[in-house]
Design a protein around this ligand. Structure first.
Ligand code: NAD
Length: 502
């Protein structure tokens, strides 16, 4: 029976997890808040530089330990299948912990944690299919091939919006390849990651393959990403933090994968089905209270269908059931942080000042106590120059821009520093594919939105990041490529001339 039930965690201070065991730290406690009440519900630990050092060393010794280094790829896959089964029987418990911690609705967290076994099994199946290539070099009697190897110790730094899913999309390929990991979850939502760690023991992973340190970004986070014992940094979070991580990683020349913020365009053409398109736009911005990296927060609607679709979006926004995240009927829960509530307020005020017209919301529900709730908010008459169309808000705020031609639309949609995702609603396949070709976004959805898959590469362009997670691409992201040349001619060559092919 796990000690990490929701009730068991209440008011306790959580340990970190190093070398296969939960350990206490001398670090200060940090309150973790329940966004539904605005009150602290447990404490995590601000791990010290010593804790971080121990965790990296534990990951390093696990990397060299025959119990991990020398097991076959099929055995790694078997451990991962076992972990998948164990997670599957813990979905409800983990989902309740994460909902308490970040305020996202229980149905959403259940779906995300319910997808973790699928992710683990997908990469478990890959563990014994990671291959190099044979290269027919232009030299007789020479064999040239490549090996895909584990990269080593990987630091995974995760955000608060979907902590466990974000962890596992990186952890699963790391395990399949044979890396070891130190994870630093967000100080705002660490409990789920701590609770997950013991499942690694239960599945039979050797000690030190996964380690968890908690704490603030500028203490535990900095200590981790500047640690010289890392071979790779994998960061998911905001673009500003991503820049700091990249600068710090550069000091040690540690390669870094960055999955960052977005300001994704969601386009509705005049030939779209207005009901399906409005439903897609609503889902793109109001699901998870807009706290998703792929939130379709800039909406472009063709002038001839604009009013009809706006009416539908506003009507749907008005029908959204706002309430406690663990209520099965709730569609929109609280925001995860009080600072996010303030940020939304600032964007709403600025949008009004800059001339956007408020079509729905803009305030906070009055009947939900001290919880960090905000109303689903829709602005029309938005232009690309307004702040509401430029910066990531990470809240339920939609800005709608009217457009008239396809050429104008492409220009507007690409007029952003971000390049994470994009969506288009149209029944014209030629137009859809022209959009797909011209849009600067790493993920494009046609007549759907917010439909990722662990099997499908995901990752942004421009300020949205530099890497790919999910699918075969993740194996490349978390492995290193070694080239081997074998001369089987038996000949002795000129010692002073490079054997370059002419
Ligand atoms: P954040 O950048 O504030 O924090 C992310 C993580 O980085 C946290 O664990 C934090 O403690 C840590 N951190 C902060 N400063 C650090 C430092 N100097 N050194 C080391 N670690 C540090 O992001 P957030 O508010 O937790 O998450 C929201 C952001 O994440 C949004 O911008 C969202 O778009 C983005 N996100 C992106 C993806 C994606 O796949 N592209 C997925 C989810 C979230």
């Amino acid at each position: 029976m796990s000690r990490f039930t929701l009730e068991g965690l209440m008011d306790s201070q959580l340990p970190c997890y190093i070398g296969g065991a939960y350990v206490d730290s001398n670090g200060e406690g940090i309150p973790s808040f329940d966004p539904a009440t605005g009150k602290p519900w447990c404490q995590i630990t601000d791990c010290t530089a010593d804790d971080v050092d121990r965790a990296v060393k534990a990951a390093r010794s696990a990397m060299y330990d025959p119990a991990w280094r020398d097991i076959s790829q099929s055995e790694r896959g078997t451990l991962m299948y076992r972990l998948a089964d164990i997670v599957q029987s813990n979905v409800e418990r983990l989902a309740r912990i994460e909902t308490k911690d970040n305020g996202k609705i229980l149905r959403e967290m259940r779906a995300l944690i319910g997808a973790i076994p699928v992710a683990l099994r997908y990469f478990a199946g890959m563990a014994d299919k990671i291959e190099g290539t044979t290269i027919p070099v232009n030299k007789p009697d020479m064999l040239n091939f490549t090996l895909r190897e584990p990269i080593g110790v990987v630091a995974i730094v995760t955000p608060w919006n979907s902590p466990l899913y974000m962890l596992v999309r990186s952890l699963a390929p790391c395990l399949a390849i044979g890396n070891t990991v130190v994870v630093k979850p967000s100080e705002h939502a660490s409990a789920g990651t701590i609770a997950f760690a013991e499942l690694m023991n239960e599945a039979g992973f050797p000690d030190g393959v996964l380690n968890v340190v908690t704490g603030y970004g500028d203490t535990a986070g900095e200590a981790l990403i500047s640690h010289p014992g890392l071979d790779k940094i994998d960061f998911t979070g905001g673009t500003l933090t991503g820049r700091k991580i990249a600068a710090s990683a550069a000091q040690n020349l540690t390669p870094s994968s960055l999955e960052l913020g977005g300001k994704s365009p969601h386009v509705v053409f005049d030939d779209a089905d207005p009901d399906r398109a409005a439903n897609g736009v609503v889902s793109g911005i109001f699901a998870a209270a807009g706290q998703t990296c792929v939130a379709g927060s800039r909406c472009y609607i063709h002038e001839s269908i604009h009013d009809e679709v706006v009416d539908r979006i506003v009507a749907r926004a008005g029908d959204i059931r706002i309430g406690a995240p663990d209520d099965e009927a709730t569609q929109l829960g609280p925001l995860a942080l009080w600072s996010q509530v303030e940020k939304v307020g600032y964007f709403v005020d600025t949008a009004k000042k800059q001339g956007a017209k408020l079509a729905h919301g803009g305030g906070r529900p009055k009947n939900l106590g001290d919880g960090w709730y905000v109303d689903p908010t829709v602005f029309v008459n938005v232009t690309n120059q307004m702040l509401v169309a430029r910066d990531e808000i990470f809240g339920p705020v939609l800005g709608i821009v009217k457009f008239s031609t396809e050429a104008e639309l492409i220009e507007l949609a690409n007029d952003t520093n971000y390049g994470l995702a994009a969506g288009i609603w149209t029944r014209d396949i030629d137009r859809a594919l022209r959009f797909v070709r011209r849009i600067d976004a790493g993920m494009v959805w046609v007549n759907t939105y917010r439909a990722p898959s662990i099997m499908s590469p995901f990752g942004g362009f421009k300020d949205s990041g530099n890497s790919k997670h999910n699918g075969h691409a993740a194996i490349h992201e978390f492995s290193r490529l070694k080239t081997v040349v074998v001369d089987y001619s038996g000949a002795t060559h000129d010692a002073f001339v490079m054997r370059v092919v002419k």
